[in-house]
Design a protein around this ligand. Structure first.
Ligand code: FUB
Length: 327
């Protein structure tokens, strides 16, 4: 690969999405979904996202070429999973690398799995069963400065979060709360010391406005849809996520990794394609947003491409809004 520029596809030889970026061993590693080129069904259930494996990408720095390390994990090697390997994330602890990923189990229910490896580039070897008590999609893991790891997850619509409103899976429950009630929040769970299981029940995260009132389900410019990411900056935890139907990346902040998070604003304005999904990472003295759009396929929702751009903070800690297509 040749070296890449901001707001341009990182790679063009495969379709990629949902980039989770980390600095491991002084390099930038990117854990994306691997979109498949197919003509199958396309619907609000997300059947078009029929992915079957993961490739890991890396960059020595932003002047270097992108390396595709090849297949790091395939559906055929995950005993509990039947389809749809969606947005993954990775973490490092205990001298090991962990790949967290969602997929449908053999009953069609989205669960979260974990696979381990000795290198950030993979390959990863999946645990035989999904993480007990896990559900929905889009895992994102924060290993805090005290070494406690948190896993954030959840997505509406195809991500099935509406079906878990009672605490158990209700297949016919497709509606969220009424527009004037608090929106469904993402979930957070503590991870066990060995990083392979939840150390306690997942909790729903509350996202509130500046007056402390919950963001409402009808407030589609601000309510949580999918794709959580948590990073730390100046002692605050920043929870950022996609608003889905309004196609933005937005964020809130908290002093507590479990929330509540106070809504702050927009990070990224809408991109080409229905979904965007992101991560935020510091490399050397700058911060970067990794995200995707569908520009490489001229707007086909399930043929996406991963990009990056610099992310800047204002003096008060708020994030400057990015227009990905600004000249
Ligand atoms: O890539 C499949 C799904 O699309 C992800 O899990 C969501 O976040 C959205 O990007």
């Amino acid at each position: 690969m040749t070296n890449i520029k901001p707001n341009q596809p990182l790679v063009t030889h495969i379709y990629t999405a949902d980039p989770s970026a980390h600095v491991f061993e002084n390099k930038i590693y990117i854990y994306p979904s691997h979109d498949l080129d197919h003509d199958g069904p396309d619907n609000d259930n997300g059947d078009q996202y029929a992915m079957e494996d993961y490739h890991v990408l890396s960059l020595d720095n932003f002047d270097a070429s992108v390396v595709d390390h090849g297949e790091a994990l395939h559906l055929r090697d995950v005993p509990w999973a039947s389809a749809q390997m969606w947005a993954p994330d990775a973490a490092y602890k205990n001298n090991k690398y962990y790949l967290y990923f969602p997929a449908r189990d053999h009953d069609g229910i989205f669960r979260l799995g974990v696979a381990t490896g000795d290198s950030p580039a993979g390959p990863f070897h999946a645990e035989p069963d999904y993480i007990k008590g896990s559900y929905s999609i889009d895992p994102a893991v924060l290993v805090d400065e005290d070494d406690q790891a948190y896993i954030y997850f959840g997505g509406l619509w195809g991500g099935q979060l509406e079906k878990w409103q009672t605490g158990s899976f209700e297949p016919s429950q497709t509606e969220g709360p009424p527009a004037d009630k608090p929106a469904i929040g993402p979930r957070v769970a503590l991870l066990s010391e060995d990083m392979l299981s939840f150390a306690g029940e997942p909790q729903e995260i509350s996202i509130v406005d500046e007056d402390g009132n919950p963001i409402l389900a009808g407030d589609e410019d601000r309510r949580y849809f999918e794709g959580p990411w948590v990073h730390k900056y100046n002692g605050y935890y920043y929870l950022s996520y996609s608003t889905g139907t309004t196609h933005k990346l937005v964020y809130g902040i908290s002093k507590n990794p479990m929330g509540p998070f106070t809504f702050k604003g927009t990070i990224l304005t809408p991109v080409i394609g229905w979904t965007t999904h992101h991560s935020i990472v510091q490399f050397e003295d700058k911060w970067y947003l990794f995200y995707h759009d569908s520009s490489l396929s001229e707007g086909v929702n399930h043929k996406r491409c991963v990009k990056y751009t610099e992310l800047k903070y204002n003096a008060d800690g708020t994030i400057q809004t990015i227009d990905p297509y600004a000249e």
